[in-house]
Design a protein around this ligand. Sequence first.
Ligand code: 5GP
Length: 186
Amino acid sequence: MSEKIIILVGPSGAGKTSFLDKALGDYNQLKDIITYTTREMRPGEKEGDPYHFVSKPKFEELILEGFFVEHAKVHTNHYGVPEHLIREAWAEGSTVIMDIDIQGAETIKKKFPQTVGVFVMPPNLDALRQRVISRDGQKPDLEVRMKNAELEMQKASDFEHQLVNDDFEACYAQLKKIIDETLEEG
Ligand code: 5GP
């Protein structure tokens, strides 16, 4: 049984979450990993959806316990991937799909070289800014997110696939091809 991971990587607001949700609805062979974060819940979010929300001291305790296969500070908060959830998904015969940031994707690729990285980018930075504002409002970390987005875009070629999210359906069709190929290789 192969142990595969598909990582959706790219700037916050590029559309990774929408692609991930759609792919999970279309493929029951895929399993996403609910990661941990210290950030505040946004309206409409709840514990376990889309994150396990924990305090900073609890997060630090989990780091010391070796709970995370990868953890990173992204923008102004901490995020981490629990290793046992990846192993459990594989044990069930699933292929893991995750939405994490660049630092996390690089760590996961080192640890699990069979990882397939898909870099999702916005058509341009202005479009990204508009998407982030319409999702989050003018939050204090907006400029940090935009600066990080610029830096992240320069790393797109480090990943196996690059998708430009200018048209959701067209871009999703390309993602489906990548998923199909990954599952077939299984
Ligand atoms: P947001 O706060 O907008 O939900 O997510 C911010 C960023 O954190 C996104 O780019 C998301 O992909 C990334 N992220 C979510 N979970 C993890 C994780 O466990 N590790 C890392 N390194 N990044 C994560």
